[in-house]
Design a protein around this ligand. Structure first.
Ligand SMILES: Cc1cc2nc3c(=O)[nH]c(=O)nc-3n(C[C@H](O)[C@H](O)[C@H](O)COP(=O)(O)O)c2cc1C
Length: 204
């Protein structure tokens, strides 16, 4: 069986995004080995003074770290290792302030590691995740699929670009407009669930 990593940030009580994750799990639990990473409970380390400099010195400078220094990077390194061993990656998150919840961005900063998940080559940057596919499940209060908000969507493009950088092409299933279309949100969720079935049947 192939391995699927679900990267989940759905802490709100009654979360709409969680309905999509639950559908994905319920539909696929017998088709793939699922590892569930709950970013609201297991939060990556922000890149601050100590760990950022250790990361830069090690990954960009080739400096060998002491065991103690390596421990400082261990948590984020584990997140990077997790994506390297996944065949499929699902990221489920709402849009926050046109972009990603900080915890989800912290996860992106943890997994995007030169020398581990991407490399600089003569042809440019190359993702080191091989044969991995991604799916973004996202909800937002307003409709970001049309203007005036479409050009302000820094959430799905950011995830698609960063996952692309590490070698993971992504598909997106969104429920944009959970508040704007409150009267028809159930139908939008049902459509998204159908799309989850379609992508899942293609994957497994
Ligand atoms: C802190 C915060 C920031 C948000 N920012 C945006 C935003 O920029 N654009 C938007 O359309 N909705 C925004 N929303 C609304 C959520 O994206 C929307 O309600 C989403 O469906 C919530 O997902 P959930 O039910 O899984 O928590 C925000 C909500 C919160 C709590």
């Amino acid at each position: 069986m192939k391995n699927t990593l679900i990267v989940n940030y759905t802490p709100r009580e009654g979360s709409t995004t969680k309905k999509l994750v639950d559908k994905f799990i319920e539909f696929n639990k017998d088709r793939t080995n699922i590892t569930f990473l709950d970013l609201a409970k297991n939060t990556p380390d922000l890149l601050l003074e100590e760990n950022l400099n250790l990361y830069v010195n090690r990954n960009f400078g080739g400096v060998e770290l002491t065991a103690e220094q390596s421990k400082v990077l261990a948590k984020n390194d584990n997140f990077a290792a997790q994506i390297l061993s996944a065949d499929f990656i699902v990221i489920a998150t709402p849009m926050y302030n046109m972009s990603l919840p900080a915890t989800v961005k912290a996860w992106i900063d943890a997994i995007t590691q030169v020398g581990k998940t991407f490399a600089f080559t003569a042809e440019g940057m190359k993702g080191l995740c091989e044969n991995t596919q991604g799916l973004v499940l996202m909800t937002s209060g307003s409709d970001f699929s049309i203007e005036p908000f479409k050009s302000m969507n820094h959430a799905t493009p950011l995830l698609n670009a960063c996952l692309g950088l590490v070698g993971v092409p992504t598909e997106n299933i969104t429920v944009f407009g959970t508040q704007q279309y409150a009267d028809k949100v159930e139908g939008l969720i049902e459509n998204a669930k159908q799309e989850i079935e379609t992508v899942s049947s293609k994957w497994y």
